[in-house]
Design a protein around this ligand. Structure first.
Ligand code: PNS
Length: 166
């Protein structure tokens, strides 16, 4: 059985991430989406919220699981008996970091490969952080996030604005 890990911050999951999940779930017997639990990054959503949002949008894929992880990605991959890491590549600007990450992981764990999927052209410009920035200023985020995730982002910023005005 071929198991792959699709790791990321997913703060929050975008339509670009969803596209990679859908496509890689067809390549592997099992795909585990690994949500990085890293408090140093001060995410908009807690790790539990990010995991739950991913579970909601992937619930109709029978071979997709969502878990959080902390520490080294390679340890998470090994603990799940997986041997492939999936990453999406949007543009050449992603390449340098992704190459370094893949090479670093390969030195630490030579038995694990990184597989890059080129992002669907429709989402080549898209990132969680830009979607959040548009939402923060009240812009329309319906082209970037699924309707339920877009609603959660709007609620989050509305709650933050409410706290500031108290
Ligand atoms: O969606 P992101 O934030 O680009 O994902 C980055 C991620 C989670 C893949 C990367 O930061 C990661 O693997 N972090 C865990 C720590 C680790 O193993 N780092 C690589 C070796 S230095």
């Amino acid at each position: 059985m071929k198991t792959a890990i699709y790791p990321g911050s997913f703060d929050p999951v975008t339509l670009g991430h969803y596209d990679i999940i859908e496509r890689s779930s067809k390549i592997f017997d099992k795909l585990i989406v690994g949500v990085l639990n890293n408090s140093a990054k001060s995410p908009l959503f807690s790790v539990e919220e990010r995991v739950n949002m991913l579970k909601d949008v992937t619930s109709h894929f029978p071979n997709v699981e969502v878990q959080s992880f902390a520490g080294l990605l390679i340890d998470f991959v090994r603990s799940n008996d997986a041997n492939v890491i999936v990453r999406g590549l949007r543009a050449i600007t992603d390449f340098e970091y992704e190459l370094q990450l893949a090479q670093m992981n390969r030195v630490i764990a030579p038995e694990i490969d990184t597989l890059f999927l080129t992002t669907n052209l429709k989402y080549a410009y898209l990132s969680s952080s830009m979607a959040k920035e548009v939402a923060m200023y009240g812009g329309d985020i319906s082209s970037f996030l699924s309707p339920e995730i877009a609603e959660k982002v709007r609620e989050k910023y509305a709650a933050q604005a409410g706290q500031r005005s108290e």
